[in-house]
Design a protein around this ligand. Structure first.
Ligand code: NAP
Length: 269
């Protein structure tokens, strides 16, 4: 029931109408019987939106494309991972103090740890955008060796340098092997569902394959990896687990992650 004590949370981004976050976060609030609501705010004027959070006492927000970097100077404080990655996907309003966090890192690491080892292992990340940065910094913190392969080589090289790793040009993708391959590009995302970043024969160079893409749930990359008997990790887990980490920051409670995953799978399915 919504009443005068209902706390307001939300997501700010542009566009946001496709976001799964309102469904899974409201599910978690209901599950714990917390008097709170989570709404989607389509924001183009970021400064006004942040003033609105302060002015209206909104308790917390998720931040998505295109505001993850530009929101930083508008906040009062950053946590270590947000500082490290240079991107914020979560804001906590702590008695008027706006603190920025990055739970994309945590989401990726939680999803990976369920099925794979990290410390000392060679992780090959395709891409050097927001998802690659979050995954890369999360993996670096956990002691992985990181190799970045990006279409725009200079961008990949800059990220690899920041991660203390190595980088290779995109056309050398077939020569690279490692423990885990992670696709952090939109290749294979709906509607281009038949696209795959690396042909099947070269997937044998890896033991584990993860895709940050979650629409479709099973990308062609993951399908081919499964056929080869490799361990696979889908992008939905990263998405839901970053939401679980946000819920913990906002409420101090453990979100019902299996149930949230089920709800998200039903929507995407
Ligand atoms: P982004 O910041 O725009 O970065 C996109 C990256 O992909 C860039 O490195 C770009 O290379 C590369 N790229 C794009 N098209 C390519 C192509 N046709 N061939 C080769 N490389 C290509 O995007 P992002 O936020 O990192 O998102 C990337 C994917 O991850 C999206 O599908 C997104 O939905 C997904 N994602 C998932 C989660 C999750 O929780 N599961 C979270 C965030 C993002 P250049 O540098 O050459 O442009």
């Amino acid at each position: 029931m919504i009443d005068a004590k209902t706390e307001v949370y939300g997501i700010i981004g542009h566009p946001v109408s496709h976001s799964l976050s309102p469904t899974i976060q409201n599910f978690a609030f209901c599950y714990h019987k917390i008097n709170a609501v989570y709404l989607a705010f389509d924001v183009t004027d970021l400064e006004s939106a942040i003033r609105g959070i302060r002015g209206l006492g909104i308790k917390g927000v998720s931040v998505t494309i295109p505001h993850k970097v530009s929101v930083i100077p508008l906040l009062d404080r950053l946590d270590e991972l947000a500082e490290m990655t240079g991107a914020v996907n979560t804001i906590l309003n702590k008695d008027g103090l706006l603190i920025g966090y990055n739970t994309d890192c945590l989401g990726a690491i939680l999803a990976i740890k369920e099925k794979a080892d990290i410390e000392g292992k060679d992780y090959v990340i395709l891409g050097a955008g927001g998802a690659a940065r979050a995954i890369g910094f999360g993996l670096k913190k956990e002691g992985a060796n990181i190799i970045i392969i990006n279409r725009t080589y200079e961008k990949g090289e800059a990220l690899a340098r920041a991660l203390g790793g190595r980088s290779y040009p995109w056309d050398r993708i077939r020569e690279i092997s490692g423990y885990c391959l992670i696709n952090a590009t939109p290749i294979g995302m709906w509607p281009n569902v038949e696209q795959i970043p690396i042909s099947r024969e070269y997937l044998r160079n890896f033991k584990v394959v993860m895709d940050a893409v979650y629409n479709p749930l099973e990308t062609r990359l993951l399908r081919e990896a499964k056929r080869l008997g490799l361990v696979t990790i889908d992008g939905l887990k990263m998405l839901v687990y970053q939401g679980v980490a946000q819920f913990k920051i906002w409420t101090g409670r453990d979100a019902p992650k299996e149930e949230m995953l089920k709800v998200a799978r039903e929507i995407l399915g």
